[in-house]
Design a protein around this ligand. Sequence first.
Ligand SMILES: Cc1ncc(COP(=O)(O)O)c(C=O)c1O
Length: 442
Amino acid sequence: MGAGGLGSDGLGSRSRGAGSPGSGGSGSCSPGSGGLGSRSPHSRREGSGSAGSGGLGPSGLGPGGLGSGGVEPGSRQGGGPRSGGTESGGTESGGTESGGPRAAELRVGSPRTGSASSRRTPGRSTPARIGDAIITTGGTEANQLALLLAREAHGRDLRLVCGANAHHSLPRAAWLLGLPEPLVIPTPTGTLDPTALAAALPDGPVLVAATAGTTDAGLIDPLPEIAAVCATHHARLHIDAAYGGGLLFSNRHRTKLTGLDTAHTLTLDLHKLGWQPIAAGLLAVRDPHDLDPLHHHADYLNADDDTEAGLPDLLGRSLRTTRRPDTLKIAVTLKTLGRTGLAALIDQVCEQAQEFARTIRDHPRLELHSPPTISTVLFRPAGATDDTVAEIRRRLLTDGHAVLGRAHLDGRLWLKTTLLNPHTRPEDLTALLRLVEGHTPA
Ligand SMILES: Cc1ncc(COP(=O)(O)O)c(C=O)c1O
């Protein structure tokens, strides 16, 4: 998935640019397809101006939070000298060598036990527990860190067990970290089958990785059932919600993520369903101490006396040293749109995907893979061979008409669209279908 989203030039400052590849017009409907233009429903509604023009909206992060958890700007350290700018405490970026701004990290309430926001939810009686989250360069780095934390907690014999539907970065992280060969369970239906998982679990320490929003089809593994298997077998659970995690913002769609709160570690990636420019990944953990293995000391950045004097120590919240202020844009978006503003965008792209899928289903010369779970729609010209499907996609790309994804599912190759531009119009999508038809041999 590409960049997309709220560009650094601000929400509302872009024109939609329909029709050009990568602009969300008739071609690509992928996340790389341009930002939110001046027609952002929420920015209009709140009338708070564009992010680029300042004006933080009133909704902010308060009661809404992220799902039942809540992402809140603010440092977990408390009491630092700076209040804005970069997230790279203890780094050299942005000229903040001696510890960064404390307001730059994000704090995440554990979805399971609640944050300040969910504590206010009537009917919740579980005690509050504040989790934690760190900013990463994307889903890949978040997955790598999840495996690293699991290895540090359970030792180097830890075995990754995941479905064939899992993102490639997970087995690759196992390789990078010197872990045993991962056990990859076939996923013929596109999701990880809990029964197959239970039957396959090996002896010894295990990290199960489930996916909420698969890369190929946007499917969500049965999280509660997988969590139950993990609990029975004392396996640690990581959930890669890089794509699907954004559904938490939406009251309409968040129930699809039931069970997310059972994860020991969670990957989120707001450059997908969060409309952020890259980089905007997050690794969330249940307890701030879960991040302890990352603690690190470099006297020139986080000397003990500086830390004791209250300077923030963010060096141990990443494997990187100098870091970009990626949290700033996320905080600005959350402050500007609030949960409800992001929810409106999510509801919109999910509805567009449903509508697009219906159009394909009713089309006599196209085949729909299945109704979308999130906003990914897979289709192919009816009766085409895989070679033809591959050729259509390449020609649309090289001719500059459209950037479509591809996915192998059910033994066949499909064209993939991931709708992430809320301004996509039905006519953009029918134009895309006409292009596909026009490039399909008779
Ligand atoms: C499920 C999933 N996990 C992880 C990633 C990797 O994210 P990134 O490209 O931000 O590293 C992706 C990317 O598409 C993904 O779909």
